[in-house]
Write a protein that binds this ligand. Sequence first.
Ligand SMILES: [Zn+2]
Length: 447
Amino acid sequence: MEIEIATVGGYEEVGRQMTAVRMDDEIVVFDMGLNLSQVLIHDNVQTETMHSLDLIDMGAIPDDRIMSELDGEVTAIVPTHGHLDHIGAIPKLAHRYDAPVVATPFTIELVRDQIADEDKFDVDIDLQVMNSGEQMRISDQVQMEFVNVTHSTIDAINPVLHTPEGAIVYGLDKRLDHDPVLGDPIDMKRFREIGREGDGVLCYIEDCTNANQKGRTPSESVARKELHDTMLSLEDYDGGMVATTFASHIARVSSLLEFAQEIGREPILLGRSMEKYTGTATNLDVALPDNIEMYGHRRAIDQSLERIMEDGKENFLPIVTGHQGEPRALLTRMGRGETNYDFDTGDKVIFSAGIIPEPTNEGNRYQSERLLKMQGARIYDDIHVSGHLSQEGHYQMLEALQPQQLIPAHQDLKGLSGYVNTANAFGYEVGRDMHLSRNGNIIQLTE
Ligand SMILES: [Zn+2]
């Protein structure tokens, strides 16, 4: 079987992921993501109304024109989880391919929302749900399997293509969490089996976001403990307290809701994406505390903040958007004094999020924290564990899968360097069995 891999997007940056695998006449596309920082850098850009070619020129979505050089038909588009850098380009690109989007239930619901928001194209895409542990036939000779993984959102999987030449494992995004707060632990047993059955793993495409980090990424249960410790220490504070985290990080949002109630504050989720992600999780019966108030529209948010100020802000924990300091997110607007919420000297702001390592985010977050501090707020920073593997996790994945060939992804060259060193220590070499690619390249795996 002839197998080629097109590294379409996300091989020169963290963002706009897209990879295509051609197996004879069949092509499977993994992820179609948006590089949000390329959007935020411009003032007031509405991607919903923009044409895909303009977004490609902006570097916001993958330049998929390379796909015309692959001699086959796309049979499935497979986003691994619901983060924007993996699904954000689907409304702009997917309709060009006559193929269904196949993903886990939570991811499919988020894709459905994305498509509903699309203004530029009349998008009609077939959405198919597949759960982790399940398989799907791609062609006579190829099966696709979803292996359960753990990440900073729920329902994440790594897709595996079982071909006559061996398995192709698409490893974006994950960490090795054996004690997650929501959902099942990562299925390392299955990865070890895949590494040893039949012809083993032909190729492994790896998430290198944190490849320059030494050691091991801790479990979500560690972040939960630290958050619990921080919030309990503030139980007696009788002023304002505000928290922010990734809206898509359902496990973390759930911990914040629970601990707010434990210290006698009423949690309220505020911001468009808070309402969207938590609302979607609630609709899918993900276990979250009952009767949580959430508001996504500007007017409802303003009214809610007004009520918090009237009833006494010491009784509430607004959980808001803006963990990266996004200029138009609620926490940033609160910091600029554009809302009804007033900070007093000593009020607490909890960032249960790290900065996504990218200069635009770093600048935005710096500004947001400065604005909050100028109003007297005290910042509790980085109460977080990453959703991505560090070096020892990468090494453990190599032990489990024993792939014949490697393709590091999800970073620029500098970011990939830590992975090259880790894989070197395992015996891989660039140019022999490790392919350092760029956006728009095609790698021939078998002839
Ligand atoms: Zn992700």
